[in-house]
Design a protein around this ligand. Structure first.
Ligand code: NAP
Ligand code: ZN
Length: 347
């Protein structure tokens, strides 16, 4: 066992506070990791504040983890001490069901083990990356290779893969018009990846001030969603629209922006249901779909692709102690475009 310094939520309303937790001694196939940076996902905020219900306290969030290997178990074959590695949204799954066998552990029929707010195989609660170390089975550890800015790579472990996976699944690329709704952590990665795959990308945002950034990130067009006339002009335009909005919003409006046979892909996880009138799909034979993070194999492919193309997240790196301020800015849509926590602030 070893001690880790962390920040935890103790209930849904109070600010997060320093917390000390025990990490297990590495078992045969485990890798012990010193965490260097951890991205701040809106899912952390949803769970800290129990917006999806089911949060268990004390809760140490964080599933965009990058760090360095400090110890390996006796049967670890893929990692050695000193390697730069990543850990994403889950740290275990059954390995035997059909989705697991297909490398889609996030859809494990027996439930994946979340990196935090989950229950490990030994029955203990899992605790995430707002901490100085973690111990994870090597099957759920990703290889980073040599990267310069680890703080900017951390968000690839959730924001990156959550947008990569649906873009790859639906084979979005050249010849497609892709809309991205919401320019936050997920949205900015969807723009970068969509553009890298050759799609014509339009960013749809409630914040007119993000227009220049959208273009810099690779978007070819920008639509302000609060302007009825701009939205009306975009009707029937997109083959795919990836919806990253974290709060309730009007799906019918956005379904109406799809072409014949277009698909609205929901990745944003609004805490309350989003009503959808039947006619917004019937007209235009449109589809609505959802997508959850990504499997280990595709996460490694995404990391390798991003390393080769030099794609990282745009980050504001913060000390752990500024997490509440970061959450408040996130709630205002004022994230440029991911906070990344420097865990040196807890050492
Ligand atoms: P984020 O950085 O806070 O970005 C969300 C963006 O949505 C905001 O920047 C804002 O963009 C827009 N937005 C927020 N509230 C809005 C409102 N009331 N009306 C209209 N637009 C609004 O969050 P994130 O980390 O990217 O996460 C986005 C969502 O995806 C969260 O719900 C998160 O839990 C979920 N998520 C899902 C998965 C998955 O596997 N499916 C994985 C990770 C995260 P503009 O200012 O441009 O409008
Ligand atoms: Zn996330």
């Amino acid at each position: 066992m070893s001690k880790a310094n962390a920040y935890a939520a103790f209930d849904a309303r109070s600010p997060m506070k320093p917390f000390s937790l025990e990490r297990r001694a590495p078992r045969e196939t485990d890798v012990a990791i010193d965490i260097l940076f951890c991205g701040v996902c809106h899912s952390d905020l949803h769970q800290v504040r129990d917006e999806w219900s089911g949060s268990k306290y004390p809760l140490v969030p964080g599933h965009e983890i990058v760090g360095r290997v400090t110890r390996v178990g006796s049967n670890v074959s893929r990692f050695k001490v000193g390697d730069q590695v990543g850990v994403g949204c889950f740290v275990g799954s059954c390995g035997a069901c059909d989705p697991c066998k297909r490398g889609l552990e996030q859809y494990c029929a027996n439930g994946f083990i979340g990196t935090y707010n989950g229950t490990d195989k030994d029955g203990s609660p899992t605790q995430g990356g707002y901490s100085t170390s973690i111990v994870v089975d090597e099957s759920f550890v990703l290889r980073l290779g040599k990267v310069d800015r680890l703080d900017a790579v951390a968000p690839l472990l959730c924001a990156g893969i959550t947008t990569w996976s649906p873009l790859r699944h639906w084979k979005v690329g050249k010849g497609h018009k892709l809309g991205v709704l919401g320019l936050g952590g997920l949205g900015h990665m969807a723009v970068k990846l969509g553009a890298a795959f050759g799609a014509e990308v339009t960013l749809l945002s409630s914040s007119p001030k993000k227009k220049a950034d959208a273009a810099r990130l690779g978007a070819h067009d920008f639509v302000v969603t609060s302007e009825a006339s701009a939205l009306a002009k975009a009707r029937g335009r997109f083959d795919y629209l990836i919806d990253t909005v974290s709060a309730p919003h009007d799906l019918a409006t956005y379904a109406g922006l799809l072409k014949l046979d277009g698909t609205l892909i929901i990745v944003g996880a609004s805490p309350t249901p989003l009503p959808l009138p039947a006619f917004s799909l019937i007209m235009g034979r449109r589809s609505i779909a959802g997508s959850l993070v990504g499997g280990i194999k595709e996460t490694q492919e995404m990391l390798d692709f991003c390393a080769e193309k030099k794609i990282t997240a745009d980050v504001e790196t913060i000390p752990m102690q500024e997490i509440e301020k970061a959450y408040e800015r996130m709630l205002k849509g004022d994230v440029r475009y991911r906070f990344s926590i420097d865990l040196a602030s807890l050492r």
